[in-house]
Design a protein around this ligand. Structure first.
Ligand code: HEC
Ligand code: HEC
Ligand code: HEC
Ligand code: HEC
Length: 463
């Protein structure tokens, strides 16, 4: 698709997050629609390094910045990335979280619906929010709610489409012109919209969106930050909500006067942190709010996260993690087994954070979560590697063998069999997400753990 409205790629307008405004009083008489989605299993940032965004327990603070009567909270779907067991647990927890956070409507993608059915979440008791999904090609459910904006009755319609064909020729019950002015929000629910959308010229899509009076079209997210994809002066606000719950989108809706010009008028100023749009009836103000660490935690949601950690622990995911064999004859021996011949290196390591990396997880309550443990112990993904602290205490924490490879052959040969070169080991764990300070500062990190030149003499160890 050419032009500015490709979905999800295209000429992307970055929405620079504004400063956090949660504490400011609300001074508007419009409606605020909060949009979240594409959590992809991210319930809370890992906490490995500072500055991470996200966390379900921080959403309340953002939602509650607007009185309940003036807001609508909408989840757009893609709760988890797969139907693996841990993702099913996350799905349950997110579903529960949406209830506790007083979501009005939760849109489920095709995969979400399958999982929700499998987990029995759509049957009795019914969820405390409205569930919306594209049922089958061309068939959708509609969420409709009457709200008051500036003293006038307005209908909000939210509908999901699972194919461009459905967008172009929707079933007749969808988005019929109501008696009251209406805000129509379309959620595009395609697994991969690009090949489908490529068959449809942008013009045609815009025209069909405009013909429903669509104010806002939400595309699947392909980047972590929310994006506005709209071309100025044309069609509705087309946006994505970003991924991993790092931002919450805030769509402010107020009445705009019809005299103010054509179908759409782009009010966006160059370099501004937000996006303003005038449609036939309304003024829209789209902002992306970063879910920063400074936002207060909601205790009820924090409790729910602890419940998640317990479920993960009880499910034995750590024990049942799929493990691959080590190359023939090799085995992990644990850091203590290196001490007799490399005492200075051992002492240096033992005083480092690496040696206590599993304790950091215990403090966080995540020491039985394989998604965390994998980088905080020796060899969890290998047979003979870390299983649990009870079964393999010698492999707890980041040890010599995380960097030098399994030590058995080296020890049996009293050092004659070389270990694995360690230089490239760091980035397996010190990724941009888990260790934002690492890239570009590798030397400083290396200095902090340096131990190479201080080998102990046991007769055989040369200097
Ligand atoms: C890809 C590997 C990786 C994964 C997965 C990972 N961590 Fe980490 N973690 C690290 C690294 C590397 C550091 C050190 C970061 C730094 O100092 O730059 C760290 C540091 C930490 C720290 C800070 C330790 C301290 O004493 O300051 C905590 C807490 C932590 N991780 C918790 C978690 C939790 C909880 C999870 C799972 C949700 C997790 N980690 C998953 C690699 C990982
Ligand atoms: C975080 C990764 C890491 C851990 C953990 C680690 N090392 Fe190293 N080690 C290195 C790196 C990197 C070097 C430097 C290699 C180089 O300069 O080529 C090194 C060097 C060495 C050397 C000297 C190699 C040489 O040729 O001079 C020895 C011996 C050694 N480590 C032993 C140990 C022992 C024993 C432990 C555990 C008690 C350990 N290391 C833990 C990364 C690690
Ligand atoms: C029985 C004594 C002994 C034990 C135990 C031992 N080493 Fe060594 N190691 C040596 C000797 C001897 C050398 C020097 C070999 C040489 O330079 O030819 C050596 C060299 C090394 C080197 C640098 C050369 C190379 O092989 O890359 C590293 C790294 C190393 N050892 C890591 C370890 C680790 C990790 C452990 C524990 C898993 C360990 N060693 C256990 C005796 C030992
Ligand atoms: C198996 C995963 C893993 C690998 C490989 C790894 N690290 Fe780490 N690193 C961690 C974790 C986890 C922490 C946080 C430990 C803590 O403080 O609880 C950490 C912390 C650190 C710290 C801060 C710890 C302190 O003592 O202050 C430094 C520095 C560091 N790593 C350097 C390195 C370097 C350099 C390499 C490569 C030679 C490396 N790491 C390889 C997982 C890893």
């Amino acid at each position: 698709m050419a032009g500015g409205l490709s979905c999800p790629s295209g000429r992307v307008q970055r929405v620079t997050p504004p400063g956090q405004k949660q504490d400011e009083p609300v001074k508007q008489d419009g409606l605020v629609i909060f949009l979240t989605g594409s959590e992809l299993g991210a319930l809370r940032p890992c906490g490995c390094s500072g500055g991470q965004l996200g966390g379900i327990e921080k959403r309340s603070a953002v939602f509650n910045s607007v009185p309940a009567s003036q807001r609508l909270v909408v989840e757009t779907g893609s709760l988890v990335p797969s139907d693996r067991e841990q993702d099913l647990i996350k799905f349950r927890i997110l579903f529960e979280a949406f209830g506790r956070l007083n979501y009005d409507v939760v849109h489920l993608t095709g995969r979400d619906v399958e999982i929700a059915r499998r987990l029995g979440l759509l049957a009795d008791p019914k969820p405390p929010f409205r569930v919306l999904h594209a049922v089958e090609k061309g068939q959708s459910t509609v969420f409709t709610k009457r709200v008051t904006i500036g003293g006038r009755d307005v209908t909000v319609n939210i509908v999901s489409f699972d194919s461009p064909a459905a967008v172009l020729q929707p079933p007749s019950f969808i988005l019929q012109p109501p008696e009251t002015p209406s805000i129509n929000i379309l959620i595009l629910d395609y697994a991969d919209p690009k090949p489908l959308l490529e068959g449809y010229p942008e013009e045609l899509l815009i025209r069909s969106w405009v013909s429903y009076g669509a104010e806002c079209v939400i595309c699947p997210s392909s980047s972590d930050e929310p994006q506005v994809l709209s071309t100025p002066r044309r069609g509705p606000l087309v946006c994505t909500v970003g991924r991993f719950g790092r931002h919450i989108c805030r769509l402010g809706v107020t009445f705009g006067s019809r005299e103010e010009g054509p179908q759409t008028e782009d009010r966006q100023k160059a370099g501004s942190s937000d996006f303003k749009l005038q449609t036939s009836n309304f003024k829209l103000h789209f902002e992306s709010i970063p879910v920063g660490a400074k936002l207060p935690d909601d205790p009820a949601l924090g409790q729910l996260y602890r419940q998640y950690q317990q479920l993960v622990s009880q499910s034995g995911l750590l024990e049942s993690y799929p493990r691959v064999p080590l190359p023939a004859g090799l085995a992990f021996t644990g850091s203590l087994s290196c001490k007799p011949c490399h005492e200075p290196a051992y002492e240096k390591w033992n005083a480092s954070g690496h040696a206590r990396a599993l304790d950091a997880l215990k403090k966080a309550g995540s020491d039985r979560d394989p998604e965390c443990v994998i980088c905080h112990v020796i060899g969890m993904e290998y047979e003979g590697g870390f299983v649990t602290e009870a079964k393999t205490p010698q492999l707890a924490g980041v040890g010599c063998e995380n960097c030098h490879g399994p030590g058995s052959a080296h020890i049996l040969s009293a050092g004659q069999t070389a270990t694995t070169p360690p230089k490239t080991a760091c980035v397996k764990c010190h990724t941009p997400e888990q260790s934002s300070g690492f890239a570009g500062h590798q030397e400083e990190y290396m200095k902090k753990i340096a131990h190479g030149k201080e080998r102990a003499a046991t007769g055989k160890v040369k200097e």
